[in-house]
Design a protein around this ligand. Structure first.
Ligand SMILES: *Cc1c(COP(=O)(O)O)cnc(C)c1O
Length: 344
């Protein structure tokens, strides 16, 4: 296969260190990993392999299509969106995967089909997916083989009174089911403290380098760096413009590198005039408008760069989210299919 002119440099040690950090913060609870959306854009099979080697045993995806991509991984996978009628054949034949049942209809569908182990999502206040706590307390799950009874925090990255309410609603179900374990916290929820960890935590975004709450600052390492190859270097004379609509005009003769990266690669137009590449400690600003496949960089500070060289983009997730207005989740999951994904 031909090498792509853009790549993601993915730091295996940083991924594993982030998981160990979140596992330590989870106390006695087991620490799983959300690997939906292709491992938040990094590549789910490789993320699962590295985390399984580190000792992670519980993985979460959204859909059964995502389970198939992990068929060879040999790990237990929970499917957060449960089972549609269309999923049942695959779900019943997947010994390593189980649905997270999240409506009364799904509970009945799974029970009536003689499905085995499952997880169950209870809605404690987010009003997204999940059955009502009253239904659990009333015995809806009687006789079912529930591995994990879980809920999901709506405001874990805020200081909201809803957090404690959700924690208490889930805790109140502890003796009302046969569930082997209970689970509530995502990345930000882990930082809320030990009484949010229950038996199993489910971090996603912080594994991949995001800092969703200040309590994680300084403890989470960057995992992902987009790198793009220089397609050409040119001199833009003073007074000339660059890119669509010539939104940037050279005030002096300027050396510019055109790199193979654009909004189709998740480097969205909000990086126009704001993003930057880093070369050691030199800052190389993005100039003009980001195109679909190309971005222009002011390389006056890097006289040696030539066609074929690679530039690493500045992609600290928290800082880049503040810079662009995109969320740290979007910065990860928007990374497209054209990158070579290189684990180092
Ligand atoms: C995505 C997701 C997670 C992981 O959340 P992060 O904020 O990325 O840590 C955990 N649980 C559920 C139910 C999810 O949908």
């Amino acid at each position: 296969m031909i090498a792509s002119p853009l790549r993601l440099r993915l730091d295996r040690d940083a991924l594993v260190a982030n998981w160990h950090t979140l596992a330590a913060m989870s106390g006695t609870a087991a620490c799983g990993a959300a690997v939906k959306a292709n491992g938040y854009g990094l590549g789910a099979p490789e993320v699962v392999r590295h985390l399984a080697e580190a000792g992670c045993r519980d993985f979460f995806v959204a859909t059964w299509r995502e389970v198939l991509a992990l068929a060879d991984a040999g790990v237990a996978v929970s499917v957060l969106h449960g089972v549609r009628e269309d999923d049942m054949a695959v779900a019943l034949e997947s010994p390593h995967a189980r649905p997270v049942l999240n409506s009364v209809q799904q509970v009945r569908r799974w029970r009536d089909a003689g499905g085995g182990a499952c997880d169950v999502m209870v809605d404690t206040g987010m009003n997204r997916l999940g059955i009502r706590p009253e239904d659990v307390a009333a015995g809806l799950l009687a006789g079912m083989q529930v591995e994990t009874l879980m809920s999901h925090l709506a405001c874990a990255d805020d200081e909201s009174p809803l957090n404690a309410q959700q924690r208490d609603s889930l805790a109140a179900l502890r003796d009302r089911t046969q569930a082997r374990r209970m689970s509530l916290a995502n990345s930000a929820g882990i930082a809320l403290g030990p009484d949010y960890a229950f038996d199993l935590t489910r971090p996603g975004v912080a594994l991949y380098g995001a800092v969703p709450v200040p309590a994680l600052a300084g403890r989470i390492r960057q995992v992902v760096t987009p790198e793009a190859q220089i397609l050409q270097r040119r001199l833009v004379p003073a007074g000339a413009g660059v890119g669509y609509n010539l939104t940037w005009t050279a005030t002096a003769d300027t050396e510019v590198a055109i790199v193979n990266l654009g909004y189709a690669d998740g480097y969205l137009r909000c990086f126009s005039g704001k993003g930057r590449a880093m070369l050691d400690d030199r800052v190389l600003p993005v100039i003009g408008r980001v195109s679909m496949d190309l971005t222009a960089i002011d390389v006056r500070a890097a006289p040696d760069l030539v066609e074929g060289d690679w530039l690493a983009m500045d992609y600290d997730l928290a800082a880049t989210a503040a810079l662009t207005g995109l969320s740290q989740y979007e910065l990860l999951t928007g990374l497209g299919a054209r990158y070579d994904r290189i684990w180092v």
